[in-house]
Design a protein around this ligand. Structure first.
Ligand code: HEC
Length: 168
């Protein structure tokens, strides 16, 4: 009960925040990088199917990110990359879900400074289409960082990944 409520509160608060942070300071270059081949080379940390909305959300982590299985191990090691993929379920119920986009965050030493007041630890953020083009380029990613502040320093600004839900 507690977690969904927390997430809902965070989402509502961040809707207002998104408007405020649209043009806030952010990195000008992409130091996150499109995670080519992540479906094969990363581990699945969490999957949630939203039947009603016709989509499935899958969170992947590279080896560094996947090494975190318990809050006592935080923060995430430098080099951690977490991908949150949204795929649309086929309308006729057959065939494979089609990737609509992916949110990506990477943690490296000194990352995140460009977000200034909206910094969430040492993470930088971008959002890509499946072909690697931008949905949210680095320069517009202050919104991401500002909302992830609310995940809290004690979770290293990562809402769930492997640590939320069932822990699997
Ligand atoms: C309105 C608040 C909000 C904004 C804005 C936001 N996020 Fe998140 N993000 C969340 C929440 C809440 C979750 C957890 C979702 C879940 O697991 O069901 C999440 C999950 C993630 C995850 C998976 C790891 C985790 O924290 O559980 C990644 C990666 C991610 N977001 C990247 C981004 C990127 C990149 C952007 C900007 C393009 C962004 N986020 C913008 C709230 C936000």
């Amino acid at each position: 009960m507690k977690l969904p409520l927390l997430l809902l509160t965070a989402s509502l608060a961040c809707l207002a925040l998104a408007e405020e942070t649209k043009d806030a300071p952010a990195p000008t270059t992409d130091r996150v990088g499109f995670p080519a081949g992540y479906q094969k080379s990363f581990q699945v940390l969490r999957t949630v199917k939203h039947e009603k909305e016709g989509k499935v959300v899958t969170v992947y982590g590279n080896a560094a990110a996947a090494s975190i299985t318990n809050v006592t191990q935080l923060p995430y090691p430098y080099g951690s990359v977490i991908v949150m993929e949204t795929a649309l379920l086929p309308k006729d119920g057959t065939g494979k879900p089609e990737v609509a986009g992916m949110h990506v965050m990477r943690r490296e030493k000194g990352f995140g400074a460009a977000y200034e007041a909206n910094r969430s630890g040492e993470w930088e953020y971008t959002e890509y289409h499946a072909d690697g083009s931008y949905i949210t380029p680095p320069a517009k990613s202050a919104t991401c960082s500002a909302c992830h502040i609310k995940a809290g320093k004690e979770k290293d600004f990562v809402y769930q990944a492997r640590l939320g839900g069932t822990g699997k």
